[in-house]
Write a protein that binds this ligand. Sequence first.
Ligand SMILES: [Zn+2]
Length: 702
Amino acid sequence: MVDLEKHWVGKYARTLLIDFHIPPEVSNLCSAFNAEKLAKDLVESNVNAVGIYTKCHYGFSYYNTKIGIRHPGLNFDYFGTLAKACKDAGLVVYAYYSVARDSVAYQNHPDWRQTDSKGHTFLLTKGNWGVVCFNSPYTQEVVFPQIREVLENYEVDGIWWDIVTFEKDSCFCPYCKKEMKAEGFDPYKPYEHYIFNEKSIERFYQESYSLIKSFDPKLQIVSNSTGDIGRARRCKDWLDALVTEYIPFRHGFLYWMPYGKHMRTMKQPFECCISSWHKAWGDFGNFKTLEQFKYEVAHALSMGGIILTVHQPFLDGNLSEDFISLLKEAYAFIKEREEWCIGSESVPYIAILADHATGESDDERHFNSLRGACKALDESHIQFDVIDEDEEFNKYKVLILPNNRTLSTRTIHRVREYVREGGRIIASHLTSLTKLENGKVDFALNDVFGVKYLGIFPESIGYMTSFHEDIAKDLPKTPLIVYDQFVKVIPLEKTEVLAEVRRPLFEVKEGRSYSHAHAPPHPLPPTETACIVGNVYGKGRSIYIAPPIFRAYYEHNVPFYRILISNLLDLVLGREKLLEIKTGPSVSISLMSQENRWILHLVNYHAERRATLPLPTNYEDWSQPTPVPDPRQPYYRLPSHEVIEEIPPRYNIPIRIRLPKTPKDVYLAPAREKLTIEYKDNIAELIVPRLDVHQMIIFEFE
Ligand SMILES: [Zn+2]
């Protein structure tokens, strides 16, 4: 259970972080500022916690500091004045602190700068935000003394860290290099450097935890960018809540899901940090629609998260009145749902076992397999968590290994034992591929998969065909293309072939084409190779898929891939299905538990068409992933993202759910409308009459 007495931040689901990054040339800052009025407005807007800046990315402080530099355009103690007014109004107050972005420290101490392998340092946002290294003396000479100064002089409830991170291909500052050498890390090996960076981040949290809690153990510590696979577990003991940003303008609406589904397995409160704006952080003069706001908070609440919204005041210190009105409605929406959300935990069922980062340059694409698995399961209305290698496996009925390249030897052993004892796995593509002791390359789990690895087909595409009748429901009878490379495997003697491979007639390349795109399937199957196989291992079973089907689903959005994944899950689950919900793929579900109750969330997504598309330079090269927008472009030149303006309601959604015991009451929340159900042999059948953006179905037990 989440310990909400120790990590009491988890009881406050409605935080506003008042962004405050102000360049040095701005004068007469906060000329019309009225702290008491702002605090009153926030309370009336249903805010119950507020984050206030002590220091921004420019490196300026907003309180009376003897260590840093108070912003030159500010003639009073902004932080202290607002913190007191908010405390007097009954709000929880967190002191925000920007760690690795500090232009003042960057300018004054060149040796403190984060540095990449080529010796470049980082000045972000048009050369204005200098990035410094927290492995340098900066932490002990600036960060910790300032935190001590804040805690000694102001009444606050906690610290909110931002940017405890390293920039890409860093850090090669003299302090990092010296430490890596002393500890035996090779800074030029990406994976070793990644591990060193993660250890550095953990050490920062550990040391700051001791400092902050020495003032008062009840002070809460929250930090941005802590939902990553591996980092969440390493750092959670030094934090009271984990955080990941939810920013559709940069990543779309799916991006946060793996983090949310992962952070909820950590038995710790976690924040969904959402932007109030339309196109970017600091997008003055615009903000998102109320419907989109509601969708985003419903999505986060459904996974067990609390909400922190970010908005920045105008020059005079006042927040936009329009934003205040928007916030009031969105936070009222949260408030009426909190009773069924705060402290809730995921009901374990299916787990996606996630890789951590590799430190390599293709890391961003590496995670598309995880994202694709999340997208496919979410759209199939399947309850799932995203777990790391240290999670308990046995509470899950199926483990999905979407394309795991970083599994440790210990984890390989645990997966094998999990299957031997009756667990089921679905694995794809390069999962567990390694160099064996005899020098040959094969899957470390080849005995569990029931295949032998022969290499990778040279073509950039392949076709799946001849689906076994057990998995063929709603799939085409003719070959189905996958826009990615297939692994070449031969099944072992007792392994069952569930689908075959067809290669393309030839690979389309410069000077050799076939019609518009790629060549059709070759008429003959490749000798002995298989596309999907099923294998019984010990008391359990496995399914192995040769193409990277999860990544392909994320990158190419072919509904057949999702149907195939769903059929494979049905095959391994047999009669043990937890949930069946008949509705469209854009409805997300999440099954959570509180004491003596289950909460089934339905979250309805619908977006308006985007206006422009990010086109690859060669748009007929299907093997290439969707290009990542060039970050050097001005943000407003980036393609428009989907916008949620209106969510059409869905009606009469049939649900079939396997319950742990007979429910004494079933109702819709927050409306508290009683539902009639058919109940037999632990299976409840019911109809949800209407779903707007969010509906909760509550099963109360004795
Ligand atoms: Zn460094």
